[in-house]
Design a binder for this molecule. Structure first.
Ligand code: ADE
Length: 228
């Protein structure tokens, strides 16, 4: 099954290289995910292809116009009737649980805003869900869309090989990962913990669990709260 991701943006080239590298590239080649990138400006009908305008009520910045964006959203929905998501700092926080839910299907239409955002009527009438990637403001929705889609695509069945297995990683269980080391055993006077070269698998597992817990307690104690 191919998971469709349709991105609506004023800057389609933004996505060129991130979608053609590494694991995402491989997932596309294996038909596990299919990307369609639409330039919202292509749906503007005036001769200047206007996609934004000044805000009613005055103030700084521009607002993305409803007509081209709604036309783009309707065209995308006609191809694949999947949830329409708008990226905004006002949305529900992106968590591993949300990435998991979205990865279970049927796909998504990602709408990237720019300037001061989009006309509120688009959000009221043509958006199913709003997602924030964190409590900070980006220049536009594009980097947020990339982060959201990356977190979803890697969870699609068949995308990660065994070597990259998602089994005991951070947030899948609500713990941060233990430290990782590779060769050489000595690097500038710093050595790999002895237990990792002991060959004693039960001891290694125990050490890794302890390290995960210690890191989580030190860095993200909120993850260990029962009610969060
Ligand atoms: N657009 C601008 N900032 C954003 C954020 N933090 N999350 C999602 N979309 C955004």
């Amino acid at each position: 099954m191919t998971y469709p991701i349709h991105i609506l943006t004023l800057f389609p080239e933004y996505f060129d290289s991130p979608l053609s590298e590494s694991i995402i590239k491989r997932a596309v080649a294996a038909d596990l995910v299919d990307f369609t990138i639409t330039n919202i400006r292509d749906f503007a009908t005036d001769k200047h292809k206007t996609a934004d305008d000044v805000p009613y009520g005055g103030g700084a910045g521009m607002v993305m116009k409803a007509e081209p964006l709604v036309a783009a959203l309707e065209a995308a929905k006609a191809v694949a009737d999947v949830p329409r998501i708008y990226l905004t700092p006002q949305g529900e926080p992106l968590t591993q649980a949300l990435a998991q839910e979205l990865s279970e299907g049927p796909g998504m239409i990602l709408t990237c805003g720019h300037y001061e955002g989009v006309d509120q009527r688009v959000r009221d009438g043509w958006i199913d869900r709003e997602v924030s990637i964190g409590d900070f403001v980006l220049t536009g929705g594009e980097p947020a869309a990339l982060i959201l889609l990356d977190s979803v695509v890697r969870l699609l069945p068949g995308v990660l090989g065994n070597a990259e297995s998602i089994e005991d990683e951070s947030f899948q269980t609500p713990m941060l990962e233990y430290p990782h080391y590779t060769r050489p055993r000595e690097f500038r006077g710093m050595s790999v913990p002895d237990v990792l070269v002991s060959g004693h698998h039960a001891k290694i597992d125990e050490w890794r669990r302890e390290q995960s817990l210690k890191r989580t307690q030190e860095r993200r104690p909120d993850l260990l709260d029962e009610d969060s």
